[in-house]
Design a protein around this ligand. Sequence first.
Ligand code: UTP
Length: 408
Amino acid sequence: MTLEEAKEKLVKYGQEHVLKYWDSLDGDEKEKLLAQIDRTDFAVLENCAKRGHTYPRGVFAPMRTMQLAEIEENRERFLAAGSEKIRQGKVAAVLLAGGMGTRLGSDKPKGMYDIGLTKHVYIFQRLIENLLEVVEQTGGWPRLFIMTSEKNDADTRAFLKEHGYFGYREDRVTFFMQDMAPASDYDGKVYMESRSEISTSPNGNAGWFSSLMKAGLLPLVHEEGIEWMNIFAVDNVLQRIADPVFVGATVEAGVEAGEKVVKKNAPDEKVGVVCLEDGRPSIVEYYELTDEMAEKKDENGEPAYLFGVILNYLFRVDALERISKGALPLHVVEKKIPHIDDDGNPVKPSEPNGCKFEQLVLDMIHEMNSALSFEVVREKEFAPIKNPTGIDSVESARELCKKNGIEL
Ligand code: UTP
């Protein structure tokens, strides 16, 4: 992109301030800034005016969950079917590691965080060790896609390489980078991270499939005959990945997606809950649960909206390709955005100061024609690390690891 073309694009979106320091930049910085202007989708900034806006929702109804007793009864059959799919290479794992992990407050990728006490136990290591158990159990090596972002790609790759992928086969690991969205002030003017760089952030946890396609990886998915993709969050250190029982149950149910869920630990726990919305799979956020929904009981007298999602989903590849033809809704999230001020000095805000734009995985679920909600034991499979202390923290995850016999 030439300077003239960049100017034209910026004028169109009212973002001329991006070139404020142009004359003081060196050749390299100029080139990088032009490339960033070229690839940035400034059209998303219009959505800033819609912050606080929620998309209209349909009619919610409870969704059946396959619970532990039913899974136990059928475990052997599910295990055999799932293991077969894994051995055949039809199941891939997708590690969502593009997030910024701002709550944890580390400036390194979250997966590099060391939760060990007497030895090193990195988050990436915990996840890969869990996946290696599946390798041992089934004899298959699920392709492991790792989604990074511009901000953490180099660190993540270098770290995993340095640690020999914690025992995973390097030829079964494929990295790709998530798309970024610009971050702006409340008037929709992009912030500048430096004199030569627009502030950006990853485009949300549902950006993974479009980013994988953009990275040119769909042919690989087809060549290898991958039929199912198991996406999972980086921060749950008890995460079971490519779990053959879950795979078997989802395949047998003949659905387009599987969702691992746990029983909520309190009626007001801040997790999304599986449900139907206008008859389709969906997730109702904790703040959308009405009193009536919270009090509703199922035929066994249990709360009808009881099972929370843990960001571990199986998606059928053909369904992903179908939904990739349409656009997912864009959510405006108010966040703290570091930037430079009018004099070019760096500012690290302590309060939210602007908007980021994200696509959310719950909207992907709603695009599925059918889904299986599959219960797992909370204490065995759910130890998310979001904060340094308190709820969902390094401390709480360490406790849960110890309870599961994991040496730290
Ligand atoms: P979170 O919603 O907890 O966000 O991500 P985060 O960025 O890691 O942390 P905070 O909110 O800044 O503290 C849940 C999962 O989704 C991934 C994260 O890496 C994590 O595995 N994620 C999130 C992405 O891969 N990309 C995104 O744009 C957002």
